[in-house]
Ligand binder design. Sequence first.
Ligand SMILES: Nc1ncnc2c1ncn2[C@@H]1O[C@H](COP(=O)(O)OP(=O)(O)O)[C@@H](O)[C@H]1O
Ligand SMILES: [Mg+2]
Length: 446
Amino acid sequence: MALGKYAEKINQGIIDPEERYKKIMIEEIPVMLSDRGEIVCIPKNQEVFAAALLGQSGYGKSLLLNRIMMSLKNQWRVNISLLNDVSEESYHWSKPMENKKFNEFNFRWINQLPRASPIVYVYPNTNNLQLNKQRLIGKDYIKIVLPFAEILPNIGFYLSGVLEDFDLGKSGNYIRDVEDELKECQSSAEVREVLEEGLPGKDGKAFASMRAKIFNAFNNLFKEGILDITNPECHQYLRVFEKGKMDFMSNPFTCIMKAGLIPSFVTSNLATKKYKSEIFAHYVREIFKNNIKDFPNQKTFLGFDELRTVCEKDDEPASKAIGDVAARGRINEVGLVYATQFYNKIPNSVKGAKLNYGFIFRHNNQKIINEIANDFDLEKVYKEKIHKLKIFQCLAVASDKFVCYADGERYERQGPIVGQIFFPFSNHMSVSNREVSKEEDDDEDE
Ligand SMILES: Nc1ncnc2c1ncn2[C@@H]1O[C@H](COP(=O)(O)OP(=O)(O)O)[C@@H](O)[C@H]1O
Ligand SMILES: [Mg+2]
């Protein structure tokens, strides 16, 4: 053996990089570099997956959510919707990653360059919505409202959501009597007319207070700004004239995804609204039930950051809607990725469904760690490890397997695997210039 070859054998660093490294195209989504130096990836399977990102604040959940969602779109070309940006973090995501260290790490290990993501910011309209136009310069955004058809069957609920201490009670029957006529209305004036005519006590005093109560409640509903009444079945802004007839495109999220873009639902103004859960539930259901029709042979993934601000109790409509995606998403080809620091507060309807992947960041709350360890079948050493994870480190678990790459080899590994996450290629906000998020307001971890 020539000296050169011998030297190469004992010191790999001497080999010419051209020879030492070979280029491998990875179709899986790289999520982290394991402590053993492996590139750990989410495999590309036939079916959609459900994943949870868990851990206390500031250790990397949203970074990994950003990475996974954008890789789904960019690598696998599936549709994605970001459905809960309650802290207004995704404004940054439409630019390429600016942090040099993050970019260097990604470049070194997975040869990935920073990249902007084509996001459309979607605002649920309410009376307290204030757009920060400064932040939206150069960005695409729309305000959206619900169709009357969503509101009508739940009218008592929505009225009580816009008026404090309002209870429609038995008067709901009177409204139900005129529901068919209400369904035909195309303006708030027409609704008032139907109510004028249809509610009992038109000429006398007998029902005066009930009538006043209902008129007042409907006025509030219109003032709230959450409703599009111009066509009860759909929104005016979704009408299209196609093949010689007027039709409508299902919902704003689907429209944006069909255009190859990424909707990000900016929900900070919903935080205090009583009807918040219904609004989430409506859009999740719309995307979920129509996915096969809207996107034949395509997959769609929904991403929820700070899940607790969307659903907390089992009886909330959003819990049911997201629970359906968790449990039956495979049938409709809708996947789910959510992040939360309160694993113990996820409603059972969501948590009960089997997860394919869990990414667990540092936690100090023993109760939550115990619950995670129990649900993910973690041994004691890993429970102790969760306490000690550093920023950007996580414990990855899979119900099936991860795909790993090391030294040019590709193989499957079960987990748990400890490692450091790869960073998003789209930009992200650092905590130092972040407002405290809603979910973190009442952080009880420490
Ligand atoms: N662009 C960035 N440059 C530097 N640090 C960042 C950047 N984005 C996020 N970070 C830091 O990464 C950590 C994890 O952030 P994040 O994933 O948003 O936390 P969380 O787990 O609360 O969602 C935070 O400490 C944050 O300050
Ligand atoms: Mg976060």
